[in-house]
Design a binder for this molecule. Structure first.
Ligand SMILES: O=C(O)CCC(=O)C(=O)O
Ligand SMILES: [Fe+2]
Length: 371
């Protein structure tokens, strides 16, 4: 992997060589790369994210407050930006820390051990990989994204009846299953009810009618990078499902694009780690169900450090596979007509393939009745 621009060498061969190593981006760092290999560079649009000088602060909601206080706060946060922190959520600091440490321990296993798990497609319910950035389908600058992000991921499908436990790496199995159990409970019993009530619909609406499950867990590892400003940890996207509960360690790097309202524009805002807090991200399908009351925010991950690796865990809450997704009928009125056509999750996921940059456009182009 010599060279420092993508033009100097054959990206297809380099990609094949990278995947054949089966040790991910962490493997490059272990091998001592001093400059970023071209696969990770965006040729036309440099990835550094200019952070705005904004006074915008991601809201924090203390879930120990009475329901009469938290419901309006959740409504305001999901409506204005679609991302907020929760504190006093009932998931213990120990459970979060053990899960984050377990993810780090997996990604930092000796290369020969972790490479046994590395693949391009899931093996059962587990996928340890470096996701490829799909080339954008309709972008003005077709070559504007790096082929690869500076990140390795352990993705675990946790949909009922649960993963094949024997396939989960032993080093992280117990802490991750425990974390999933507790976060799934929190999401279904507390957060799902709060997000429903904050929409003015029955508390059980998301969990029962939408058959909501904490179906997948993304355990990301962002290795330190010799030239952090030249790479992107995670490309711009919106999360597709109902909502995400994200735990992050103390390194930071998640940024969200807060839109500029009627003035257009908008700016990138940091989502710094807050000790003990979980980040809640309301996602595309929830935006549709809410008939555009809730937002779904574009986000990306910057790599910040030449020294520190970063770990995060996203638990994704999904609707049942066979359901038709459309605005909840009780939110469709003469004044607020149905803003999205009905669709299935499979159709929506297919439509998202290869879409980067301004991710929220994806649902609008796909299903909005006013576009
Ligand atoms: O690592 C992070 O902070 C965010 C990851 C993310 O956006 C995702 O898994 O969808
Ligand atoms: Fe995300």
């Amino acid at each position: 992997m010599a060279g420092s621009t993508r033009d100097e060498y054959d990206a297809t061969a380099a990609l094949a060589e990278f995947y054949a190593s089966r040790t991910g981006v962490r493997g490059l760092v272990e091998s001592g790369v001093a400059t970023v290999p071209p696969l990770f560079l965006a040729p036309n649009s440099p990835p550094p994210t200019p952070l705005g000088n904004t006074s915008f602060v991601i809201p924090t909601i203390d879930l120990s407050l009475p329901r009469s206080a938290t419901v309006p706060l959740v409504h305001a946060a999901a409506r204005t930006c679609g991302i907020f922190y929760v504190t006093n959520h009932g998931v213990s600091a120990d459970t979060i820390d053990s899960a984050l440490s377990a993810v780090r321990a997996f990604h930092e296993l000796p290369p020969a051990v972790r490479s046994a798990f590395y693949s391009l497609a899931p093996v059962g319910d587990v996928l340890y990989t470096t996701y490829r950035n799909d080339p954008p389908r309709q972008a003005a600058t077709p070559d504007a994204v790096p082929v690869l992000p500076w990140r390795d991921t352990l993705l675990i499908s946790v949909a009922p009846p649960g993963p094949d436990i024997g396939r989960l790496p032993a080093v992280c199995r117990e802490p991750l299953l425990e974390y999933h159990r507790v976060v799934a409970d929190f999401g279904k019993k507390k957060l799902g009810a709060l997000l429903s009530e904050a929409l003015g619909v029955e508390a059980e609406r998301l969990v029962k009618t939408m058959q909501m499950e904490a179906a997948a867990m993304s355990c990301h590892y962002y290795p330190p990078c010799p030239e952090p400003a030249r790479v992107i940890g995670g490309m711009d996207h919106t999360d597709p499902y109902l909502f995400t509960v994200l735990a992050q360690d103390s390194v930071g790097g998640l940024v969200v694009h807060v839109d500029g309202g009627d003035d257009g524009g908008g700016e990138w805002v940091d989502v710094p780690p807050v000790p003990g807090a979980l980040v809640i991200n309301s996602a595309e399908v929830l935006k549709v169900l809410s008939n555009d009351v809730y937002k779904s925010i574009d986000h990306r991950v910057r790599v910040k450090s030449t020294q520190d690796s970063r770990v995060s865990i996203g638990v994704f809450f999904n609707p049942g596979d066979s359901l038709l997704i459309e605005p909840l009928p009780e939110l469709v009125t003469l004044e607020t007509p149905k803003r999205y056509r009905s669709f299935t999750m499979a159709e929506f996921m297919e439509s998202r393939k290869g879409k980067f940059g301004n991710g929220s456009l994806s649902i609008n182009q796909f299903a909005h009745t006013c576009v």
